[in-house]
Design a protein around this ligand. Structure first.
Ligand SMILES: C[S@@+](CC[C@H](N)C(=O)[O-])C[C@H]1O[C@@H](n2cnc3c(N)ncnc32)[C@H](O)[C@@H]1O
Length: 229
């Protein structure tokens, strides 16, 4: 990937390119919490994480990615006190997070993978935690498609409309907030998901299985409230 070669030359320039040209950083920041524990899934080389870590010093961030090389570069060039990286698939992450983000990750997955990622995120979410999906829409998304296909040379590029994304959201969630905002050259969209309330019977059943007596919780999250990495 081109980024891998350019990042060591100028991490600052690459951060600017990623967060200011390819992303609408101010809008994205408005969707992220001021503090707490953030799990960023598909963090890549950590360019965005570094900027968020500096802007949000009270956030403790863990970036994970299935691309081992990207995590090596992230750990080397995008280090910050409140930022850790791990080369892990989401299914192997343990812990409890106030926010779990997927920034421009879903369009590099199939629909089934995207749904699977959201299912895997649910038990890692604190009771009042939120999942943030930021992605690029298909209509008018040709520049993003071309960038991914011919510059970063990604194998899977599946741009979808916000409405199509919402159709694959599992029942574990309710949609809290959504926004479509075109900012040259991409049609960005943002979705915030919270945990869906569950019928008491289902909730009790899960509590019997997953929690110790006296530790039943009001949500289906299996989070203990502690960050375990
Ligand atoms: C376009 S990059 C976005 C990087 C970063 N989120 C950002 O906004 O700068 C997409 C990243 O998603 C990662 N990715 C794709 N499928 C994934 C999966 N199933 N689990 C974790 N990461 C994944 C890729 O390895 C790649 O690093």
């Amino acid at each position: 990937m081109l980024t891998y070669y350019l990042l060591p030359l100028s991490p600052a320039l690459m951060r600017f390119y990623r967060t200011r040209i390819l992303l609408d950083q101010p809008t994205l920041l408005r969707f992220l919490p001021e503090e707490g524990r953030l799990l960023d899934v598909g963090c890549g080389t950590g360019l965005l994480n570094y900027v968020i870590a500096k802007r949000r010093p009270r956030l403790q961030i863990l970036g994970v990615d299935i691309d081992r090389r990207a995590i090596e570069l992230a750990s080397r060039y995008n280090r910050a006190d409140n930022l850790d990286f791990a080369p892990l698939p989401l299914g192997e992450v343990t812990g409890c997070f106030d926010c779990i983000s997927f920034v421009d990750v879903m369009h590099h997955t199939t629909e089934d993978e995207a749904r699977g990622l959201l299912e895997q995120a649910a038990p890692l979410l604190a009771g009042d935690g939120q999942v943030i999906i930021k992605d690029v829409g298909r209509k008018g998304g040709w520049a993003s498609y071309a960038h991914d296909r011919y510059i970063t040379r990604s194998k899977v590029v599946r741009l979808a409309e916000l409405e199509e994304m919402l159709r694959i959201v599992p029942d574990d969630y309710r949609v809290v907030r959504q926004l479509k905002k075109y900012r040259f050259p991409f049609p960005h969209y943002y979705v915030t998901l919270g945990q869906a309330p569950q019928p008491t019977s289902r909730r009790k059943k899960r509590a019997e299985v997953t929690t110790a007596p006296g530790d039943e919780r009001d949500t289906h999250s299996s989070c203990s409230g502690e960050l375990r990495k």
